[in-house]
Ligand binder design. Structure first.
Ligand code: KIV
Ligand code: NA
Length: 264
């Protein structure tokens, strides 16, 4: 199988073919995602929430991201693997940002990194790109800034924030980012940005863009209680897994498992 590259993603945008991106954090899940034909697998710092049970993405460490990323890389034969630089590993110090990105690339074998923010992190983005590491931007509702926002509500509804987002998207393109995630902003703004920049725009809760991304636990319905408007659930894995576990418990207690055929 031929690996998806940042160049192929650009060609997809140029010919109007939508890009499908999904998160994964471990080998087994990433294998299924890759074999289904996903274009991009994101090792998101949402692992902090869905894998580790933290309330926010802030606590996950660079070492933990590298562990998740290396597991996913071993599974991904076709997908481009993008890894989030975690909170505290790149803001404010471009040398530290470069070191963090290099550690991810070297220790996990991933293909690109993703960073939250626009003009504020321009120097770090630039320095990482100079080392030959592809960077995906992330604007709009950037969860590493949740304590600044104070809410998970839609961003850039007002003109001042919308204009900053347009400027940031252009800045990231100019610096050389290969794509940008736009999270939870008005569809009209996201579609406008998708049309005004050349590089692929991947949306989540942002209407029609050049591609879409979701968190795997959310779209599988493993997180039973997370149902925002933008989420489409493709399975109800909570129900399926809950009933599998109950069935197993029942069979163990009733001694129906193991049967004569399930032993040596
Ligand atoms: O960490 C993550 O899962 C993400 C996506 C929601 C874009 O950054
Ligand atoms: Na993230």
């Amino acid at each position: 199988v031929k690996r998806i590259t940042t160049h192929i993603l650009q060609e997809m945008k140029n010919r109007g073919e939508k890009i499908a991106m999904l998160t994964a954090y471990d080998y087994s899940m990433a294998t299924i995602v890759d074999e289904a034909g996903m274009d991009i697998i994101l090792v998101g710092d949402s692992a902090s929430n869905v894998m580790a049970g933290h309330e926010t993405t802030l606590p996950i460490t660079l070492d933990q991201m590298i562990y998740h990323a290396s597991s996913v890389v071993r599974a991904a034969k076709r997908a481009l693997v993008v890894v989030d630089l975690p909170f505290g590993s790149y803001q404010g110090n471009s040398k530290e940002a470069l070191n963090s990105a290099i550690r991810i690339m070297k220790e996990s074998g991933a293909h690109a990194v993703k960073m939250e923010g626009g003009v504020e992190i321009a120097e770090s983005v630039s320095r990482i790109l100079t080392a030959g590491i592809p960077v995906m931007g992330h604007l709009g509702l950037t969860p590493q800034s949740i304590y600044k926002f104070g809410t998970y509500t839609v961003r850039a509804k007002e003109e001042v924030e919308a204009q900053k987002l347009r400027d940031d998207a252009l800045k990231l393109q100019e610096l050389g980012c290969f794509a940008i995630v736009l999270e939870k902003i008005p569809a009209k703004l996201a579609t406008e940005v998708s049309q005004s920049v050349q590089i692929p725009i991947i949306g989540i809760g942002a209407g029609q863009c050049d591609g879409q991304v979701l968190v795997i636990h959310d779209m599988l319905g493993i997180n039973n209680d997370f149902k925002p408007r933008f989420l489409r659930q493709y399975a109800n894995m909570y129900e399926q897994m809950n009933s599998a576990f109950k069935g197993y418990i029942n069979d163990v207690k009733s001694k129906s498992f193991p049967s004569d055929k399930e032993q040596y």
